[in-house]
Design a protein around this ligand. Structure first.
Ligand code: SF4
Length: 172
């Protein structure tokens, strides 16, 4: 099984002694780091697409980009089985309470990615019918800019979130 080299790994030993431990198949870490690592390795997004950005989201999950490399290809149909909401597209005022309900039904800990300028700030829809930033409805962890963001941009956002989850500690 490949060993993941974790940046900031602290074992109280020198780098050489740490390498020696790894070669012996032994790795010392803290509960916090182990929990953060497990959480980032087992993130499941809820099925939730709102507009054109969702096409790029679907492309990210398909063969060419392949979210399954991070075990994330199964978009859950139930919010109770998901811990990541990717808000892909503009959020209408009518959809806002539905979005909040779905978020509330997701178990803790949970994270939100705002995908595209419409979700993050209303985009071109500067009118009364569209929410001018989904962070007024749910807490957002990562903003992915663009209209639409390419799958690579979303994947970069996911990697940044993984890094955040790995290092934020187990008591979010
Ligand atoms: S950011 Fe662009 S692609 Fe995404 S929902 Fe808005 S208009 Fe559509």
């Amino acid at each position: 099984m490949p060993v993941e080299r974790v940046e900031g790994f602290r074992s109280g030993r020198t780098a050489e002694e740490g390498e020696e431990e790894l070669e012996r198949g032994l790795l010392l870490t803290t509960i916090d780091r182990a929990v953060g690592w497990a959480r980032k390795q087992s993130m499941w997004p809820v099925t939730f697409g709102l507009a054109c950005c969702a096409i790029e989201l679907m492309a990210a999950g398909a063969g060419d980009y392949d979210l399954s490399r991070w075990g994330m290809e199964v978009f859950r149909a139930s919010p109770r089985q998901a811990d990541l909401m990717i808000v892909a597209g503009r959020v209408s005022q009518k959809m806002a309470p539905v979005l909040r309900t779905i978020y509330d039904q997701m178990p803790e800990p949970k994270w939100v990615i705002s995908m595209g300028v419409c979700a993050s700030a209303g985009g071109m829809f500067t009118n009364y019918a569209v929410v001018q930033g989904v962070d007024t409805i749910v807490p957002v962890d990562i903003y992915v800019p663009g209209c639409p963001p390419k799958p690579e941009m979303l994947m970069y956002g996911i990697l940044r979130l993984h890094e955040q989850v790995r290092t934020e500690g187990s008591f979010k």
